[in-house]
Design a protein around this ligand. Sequence first.
Ligand code: IPE
Ligand code: IPE
Ligand code: MG
Length: 254
Amino acid sequence: MSLFNRLLKKRGIEGESTGIDPQNVPNHIAIIMDGNGRWAKKRKLPKILGHREGSNVLKKIVKYCDKIGVKYLTVYAFSTENWKRPEKEVDELMDLLLEKLKNAEKELGGDQAQIKVIGNIKGLSTEIQKEIKRVEESTGKNSGICLNIALNYGGRDEIVNAVKDLITDVEKGIIKKAEITEEYFSKKLYTWYLPDPDLLIRTSGEKRHSNYLLWQMAYTEFWYTEVLWPDINESYIDEAIIEYQKRNRRYGGV
Ligand code: IPE
Ligand code: IPE
Ligand code: MG
């Protein structure tokens, strides 16, 4: 039996793996779940069914990441720029998000996962805000993976908000301008409680940040696939991790 399977067994999980080195599983994986629209279009389905299928895939991936020992998973669900989409799509997406949050304990692995939302939450409907509060409280004591859902999230928006907070701290005399460090700054971000991502996975072939975790991904390893998000399964996560484990992370050193 491989080391990895022994590790799984120790955690009470039976099953075959995968080729992942269990000693070097990324602590924090970020995902840009892209390609739902193209997935639906290919099948001549309404776009929302692509988003719905995408959310089913997320549930599987949360469970799998938890199983293999990933501690933090941060997924891009709705960007600050996604409001530019047609009103019908935005409305349907918000309805879907609300539905998933309401059933997060079942639908997003919330029976074990600790679920949190990052982003400009005040810009969401009061109903969604209420549900976010509920889910965060109800899953807050779970001991499994920490699932962070980026909702109405934009990296630039996050940085601007952090700067405003910093200015307030300086004005109030909580800190002097000269004393501000990178660490202090990073505690003002939506992700203040998170380590930086080790690995970014982006599906559907796009090779850009799209305003995701701009500060946090300074030294994150990127992995892209042409596969559309609703077609993703556990084996692609393995593929990404195996590739990640071959990388030499130098952080600017030698
Ligand atoms: C990603 O899928 C999900 C969201 C942005 C909400 P898209 O809707 O961007 O899918 P494509 O890129 O059009 O295929
Ligand atoms: C990024 O995907 C946002 C989410 C996956 C939620 P987009 O589809 O919005 O990104 P662009 O427009 O292709 O850069
Ligand atoms: Mg897209």
